[in-house]
Design a protein around this ligand. Sequence first.
Ligand code: SAM
Length: 289
Amino acid sequence: MPHPELPAACLYSRPSLGRLWKKVHLACSPFLQRPALQRIYRLPSPRLRKHFGRRPYSVLALGCADGIKESLLLQKLPSPAVLLTADTNPSLARQAAIRLAARKKIWRKIDLTHELPASLSRALQPALFIPTLKTHKLPILITLFGVLPNLTPLPLLKRIARFLRPEDLFLFSANLAPGTKGHSGALRVLPQYDNPPTREWLEAAVAQFRPRLPKGRLEFGIFSDPQQKSLARIEARWISQRKTFTVFSSRRPTSSQVEAWIRTARLRKVARYLDPLGEEGVWLVARKA
Ligand SMILES: C[S@@+](CC[C@H](N)C(=O)[O-])C[C@H]1O[C@@H](n2cnc3c(N)ncnc32)[C@H](O)[C@@H]1O
């Protein structure tokens, strides 16, 4: 029987937890330490420039935190007409909006475990700013970086696929298990999680969680995703005398598992950018015709 799980949003949504997550990111994230990983967020820009041409477009940055990855991507693109940054932590979404250039900026709290609200598409259409384009919907670029590991991936991809229109593009990243065997690949990256700053962040989230969890300790390990047995999941579990809880989980698919999700979610792969060490990948996709 699977253990009860804390919702991922509980680890980020309070301002103090957002600050602790940022500390973990600065100390432990390979993205900040390896230029090759930063590059995979810059590489899609020419393709996006070609797709949108000179047309105005909007950007919806989902689960953006403070927008560092989006800033690499957007550096080489014309500023979007509207930028909407959305995260469970609104103060991080605000930081992202401040960091990124756009003609109009909006930030929002969002819960990505639910259907994307229709109000998002209305907010992304700048009729007030370009009156001549009133009847013409702007194409939207949706980004979703570093979120797929924390939430159940296939339902999330399906929710975003339902939101996409034919002219929109969707760019997402996945943290991968290097190699072709998920579990042994995930074991190689376990030290990126089992370390003092990550423990400090997760223990703070446990202390703030209500109803209170019993006294216990954190243990990290590799397990199978309860919803897809072949998918490796790095978990931090809270072990108490009576009960075990999954506090944090990071799914580590292989790139072929990601591509199977793309097909099942009725998306079409446009391009793929892989980290040379195979620890992370970025996929550019569109709605299937
Ligand atoms: C691992 S961080 C990645 C942040 C950033 N995009 C990056 O790649 O560095 C996961 C992000 O997803 C957000 N998040 C987690 N659960 C969420 C939910 N249910 N709805 C919306 N955002 C969520 C967190 O606040 C956090 O910013």
